[in-house]
Write a protein that binds this ligand. Structure first.
Ligand SMILES: *Cc1c(COP(=O)(O)O)cnc(C)c1O
Length: 384
């Protein structure tokens, strides 16, 4: 049995040989590549929501700070609290709306920077901060075409005007979100133009230095005019992009997913594999079983369509993905109980990417990342 050293890292009790490795240095390198692409003037908000897209936010947040992120973005108070525990010197922005509004108290207790997406919530925040004799920093969310949360540009102008001189409020930034940065540059430019008009308005109405931010990863690569004062990359920090990236930039995958063969057998031609007998061997075959299933985030859609790496070769997933285990065909491949298997990542020169998984499962890379469940331990490959 060839158990891998990372399984026995200090403080982790890992008995089942299925784990994710996260590379802090790859994450750091991606952030620095983005910095080089942006130039020195544009700030970076590192988006670590959804547990850093399944990578483990508490492992990567220190790398984000060390590599020069000005802010960390999360989607909820809960996610903010997980990062706050680390005591990093970095402001945490909650990108989701705050609801119920009494939660602004928790936001203030923890010095989080909330998103405000209505006049009503601005008023509640103002009152809550005044009771504490504080000025609450916040960012105003404006809708320029995503139609998710945010006030219209016209409403934003009213709120900007109202906020000037409110004793409890310290408006720090204004942002909007692109809906189609990877697919529709004309629409993206339309969103930018509307947003830019608000920036001009704010300068004329008592706000000389608000942080205006608009771009996610795709917008950042596709539309440099949209960098404004800050960008909000998520996916590209983890080494991927939906569209083309700048030719000079090389992004490195941060996550790799590993398991080991726990069972192996030779079977006759015509042997059915897994639930429903959706796969039958065509010839004498060697079938291995891996301790990973849909409860770990292997989509059931990759049944009979996906591959994993064994001894540097791509081996097909055969039969249906089950809750806790999958079967693979390792006929002609060097494999035994204990052999290392890569689900996402490289073995030698061969690589399986999260994009491969997304195409087998007919979804996007984001959903594959976020789908890797809590059951799979995340191990940081390097120390800071
Ligand atoms: C998720 C998110 C991002 C990051 O998007 P990517 O496509 O992963 O770069 C940026 N801004 C907001 C408001 C988001 O919700």
């Amino acid at each position: 049995m060839n158990l891998n050293p990372p399984l026995f890292k200090e403080g982790l009790s890992i008995f089942r040989p299925t784990w994710v490795e996260v590379s802090g240095s790859a994450f750091s390198s991606n952030l620095q590549s983005i910095r080089t692409f942006l130039g020195p003037r544009v700030k970076i908000l590192a988006v670590l929501k959804a547990n850093a897209y399944g990578h483990d936010a508490s492992l990567l947040a220190p790398w984000a700070v060390k590599s020069g992120a000005s802010f960390i973005g999360v989607s909820s108070i809960e996610e903010g609290l997980a990062i706050k525990k680390l005591n990093l010197e970095v402001p945490i922005i909650i990108l989701g709306g705050i609801y119920p509004l009494k939660n602004f108290d928790v936001v203030l207790d923890n010095q989080f920077i909330p998103t405000v997406a209505s006049l009503e919530s601005a008023k509640v925040l103002n009152d809550a901060a005044q009771k504490r004799k504080q000025k609450a920093a916040f960012h105003l969310k404006v809708d320029t075409g995503m139609n998710r949360i945010g006030v219209s540009v016209e409403e934003a102008k009213k709120i900007l005007t109202w906020c000037v001189g409110q004793p409890g409020l310290d408006l720090q930034g204004v942002y909007s979100h692109l809906s189609s940065a990877d697919s529709d540059i004309e629409f993206t430019k339309k969103q930018l133009k509307e947003f830019q008009a608000l920036k001009d308005f704010s300068k004329e109405h008592g706000y000389p230095s608000l942080i205006f931010h608009l771009s996610n990863s795709a917008g950042m690569w596709a539309c440099p005019e949209a960098h404004l004062d800050m960008v909000r990359p998520g996916l590209s920090l983890y080494g991927y992009s939906l569209g083309p990236i700048s030719g000079k930039v090389k992004l490195l995958p941060v996550l790799s997913w590993h398991t080991q063969i726990v069972f192996i057998k030779k079977v006759r031609p015509g042997t059915p594999i897994s639930y429903g007998q959706t796969f039958k061997t065509k010839k004498e075959s060697v079938i291995a079983t891996l301790p990973v299933g849909y409860a770990d985030g292997v989509p059931r859609r990759v049944s009979n369509t996906g591959f994993v790496l064994v001894s540097g070769q791509k081996c097909p997933i055969v039969g249906r993905v089950t809750m806790d285990q999958i079967m693979i065909d390792v006929t002609g491949v060097s494999a035994e109980v204990g052999t290392n298997v890569v689900l996402i990542g490289k073995q030698g020169q061969v690589e399986i990417t999260v994009n491969d998984w997304a195409s087998w499962a007919e979804t996007i890379s984001y959903e594959i990342f976020c789908g890797i469940s809590h059951r799979v331990p995340r191990i940081l490959k390097e120390n800071l």
